[in-house]
Ligand binder design. Sequence first.
Ligand code: BMA
Length: 352
Amino acid sequence: MRHSYLLLATSFMIAACSPKVAEDYSTLGRLSKASENGAYMYAHQDDLSYGHRWYLEEGRSDVKDVCGQYPAIIGFDLGRIELGDSLNLDKVPFDYMVRMANAHIENGGIVTFSWHPRNPLTGGDAWDVSSDEAVKSVMPGEAKHEMFREWLKRAADLLESVNGGDGVIFRPWHENYASWFWWGGSLCTAEQYQKLWEMTYDYMVNERGLKGLVWAFSPNGDVDKEEYMSRYPGDGIIDILGLDAYQKGEKEGFMSLLKNRLGYIRELAAEHGKLFALTETGLEGIPEPKWWTDVLDDAIKDSGICYVLTWRNACDRETHFYAPFPGAVCEENFRLFESLPNTLFLDNINKR
Ligand code: BMA
């Protein structure tokens, strides 16, 4: 008996004195640690650029105004960078965006970029699905290929200006099985869609050397396991398997959809050696006072995701918001959500 106590004590001492294995502070390392610990990071789109009834107030954040902490991850969107514009599609100046993104990284946070580029063939917006030749038109040898390479260059320039692209999560060509974007399911073949990814990756990583980018694939939520993989760009490109799914109707249906989808994505992630995340979600206007704990957290807490991103709080549309702000009906519940042991915000991103 005494012996085993001694042994136990000795092994504790050895463990305490042995040099720590170096922590992996890369974006993927930190995300992986969160998920291994049964936690997930909270992310909010455009959090530092504007919020409910305010626009470009440096340091301000609706999330921080409510709970005292910034999100762990901030989302930004590149839409209109391809045109060489100075403002993105939601009127965020690109130079401001870069400054906010670098500041967030400097403070220990993580950033993610989505991209709603214009339709390269028609000149319409990302939602212009009037032609099923748009993806084809940017393929090598086709009419818009050179223009598209210029678009990639402009996107790469911006990503490079954010920490050299290192650790930046890039999530282009999202919600691809639906047909509301020009790269959607009925607008191109699987081969063309995968080629679009290959061209994007090849340009950014091999031509431009942005080897530190982290790549996320994020289909829309209404697909089964087989369909989810049917246009997968490949393990050589993708780092994070994502899912974009919003609550549109009753909470029960939404919660069971999340459990089902994240359940099979977890299996896929294990098979392919990838992390996985709820890359876009939310309930527009959040009329449900306990949505954060009783709907969102309840549906995802055991899922194994590494982060969840809720969409933007528009500054100029009263009910277009997906995170709280002071005075919102879900405000108090969001503070409870923030204090849960499994949710990670900026201050505790490296602690738990
Ligand atoms: C959509 C809406 C739009 C916005 C777009 C890109 O879901 O929020 O108002 O322009 O995302 O951010």
